[in-house]
Design a protein around this ligand. Structure first.
Ligand SMILES: Cc1cc2nc3c(=O)[nH]c(=O)nc-3n(C[C@H](O)[C@H](O)[C@H](O)COP(=O)(O)O)c2cc1C
Length: 366
């Protein structure tokens, strides 16, 4: 039964490969590149294919893979400048960023791109990265308390003159940003833990979560939306998935097996250790990755679990099932991004739209 299926068409976002190694911890051959020229072309292919959003990543040091990393805000601007419709979501990490700089940077990019910039406020999972750049590593729930103050500061700066705020992490006194963005940038926020959900249910425009089964997602969304309703807040949901769309299911499954067979076991285990530490450090132990297996971890954000692996028909049906579970946006990664984003636009999105139209007709007739 439909939990909160939106009558809006489901939206599509793709992960920008702005770090090296693609979106899997595997030595499987990939044609994806992290460089600027590849990514500009990919952004153009994606908007043509029917994608509304592109999500950049922020990393300051190599962890497990991702040896080279382009910075997210500068890279997001370049992609918005190379396109005409796509909204680019820039990842921002409190600590290295403060809200003053982020508000000013994003307001300027908003002006330069007719409002096609949004942010993904991330809270950090990689203590080694914080240590390497000399940033204090806060406890799990403290990281979210800081992120929430960061978000409240951003909104205040973007919407109020003489903004005054007294937080534990950030303080403002009669601060007026000029010019303010004409269109308020959307704020996405990633995580699965209690603290992540509670923050989203209070303040975020969008809640981004790791890949999961429709049942797992349904339970998370029900919990999130019940809290949001209590708070009188409205929040939309984006879910991660790694797409392997091929003409036959066997071909798609074989590609998944190849990715897993080429996984770098030491890197996957080390990544698993690091993220489970981060997730388990949440008091209730429900953070992203808390329950991930070795195979799940080969894709950074549990994207195989969502099971968008098979033929275009199978994938389209599973996307509509996600929508029934309360998902507003599918955040997608691919092995060979340029070719597969195009194939997804040609073969999967039209099938999703046809299923959505058929459902709308049935609902009207009922
Ligand atoms: C879709 C998505 C994108 C994310 N992007 C980044 C990123 O670019 N950089 C980063 O350091 N963390 C990123 N994160 C990590 C989260 O901000 C958060 O620290 C992590 O999911 C821990 O979540 P937890 O609260 O469930 O423990 C991302 C998470 C999600 C779900």
């Amino acid at each position: 039964m439909s939990l909160r299926a939106s009558s809006e068409p489901i939206r599509f976002a793709y992960w920008v490969p702005n770090v090296s190694g693609g979106l899997v911890i595997s030595k499987v051959p990939q044609r994806t590149s992290w460089d600027a020229a590849y990514n500009r072309k990919l952004a153009q292919i994606a908007e043509e294919a029917g994608f509304d959003y592109a999500l950049t990543q922020i990393r300051f040091t190599a962890g497990y893979g991702a040896e080279y990393q382009h910075e997210s805000v500068a890279f997001s601007h370049a992609l918005a400048a190379a396109t005409t419709r796509l909204t680019v979501i820039a990842a921002i990490l409190p600590g290295p960023w403060n809200p003053t700089l982020a508000a000013k940077q994003i307001a300027t990019i908003s002006e330069l791109t007719e409002g096609r910039i949004a942010i993904n406020l991330v809270s950090g999972w990689f203590s080694g990265e914080f240590r390497a750049i000399g940033e204090p590593w806060l406890d799990h729930d403290e990281r979210y308390r800081r992120s929430e103050e960061f978000l409240r500061s951003l909104r205040g700066i973007w919407t109020q003159d003489n903004f005054t705020f007294r937080g534990d992490f950030y303080r403002y006194t009669n601060y007026t940003l000029k010019p303010k963005p004409e269109r308020l940038p959307e704020i996405f926020q990633g995580g699965s833990s209690r603290a992540a959900r509670d923050m989203a249910a209070r303040v975020s425009d969008w809640y981004f979560t790791n890949g999961n089964t429709p049942e797992g997602i349904k339970a998370q969304v029900a919990d999130l939306q019940a809290k949001a309703r209590e708070n009188g807040h409205s929040v939309k949901v984006g879910v991660n998935a790694f797409v392997i769309a091929r003409e036959t299911e066997e071909e798609a499954r074989a590609v998944l097996q190849e990715i897993i067979d080429h996984a770098d076991p030491d890197a996957v285990k080390a990544f698993g250790h690091e993220v489970k530490n981060a997730g388990k450090a949440s008091p209730e132990g429900e953070g992203n990755w808390a329950k991930s297996t070795f195979e799940d971890l080969v894709q950074y954000n549990d994207g195989f679990k969502t099971n968008l692996i098979g033929t275009p028909d199978q994938i389209a049906e599973r996307i509509v099932a996600l929508k029934d579970a309360g998902v507003d946006l599918a955040l997608l990664a691919f092995l060979h991004f340029q070719e597969e984003v195009k194939y997804f636009g040609d073969e999967v999105i039209p099938r999703v739209r046809a299923l959505e139209a058929a459902r709308a007709e049935r609902a009207e007739a009922a």
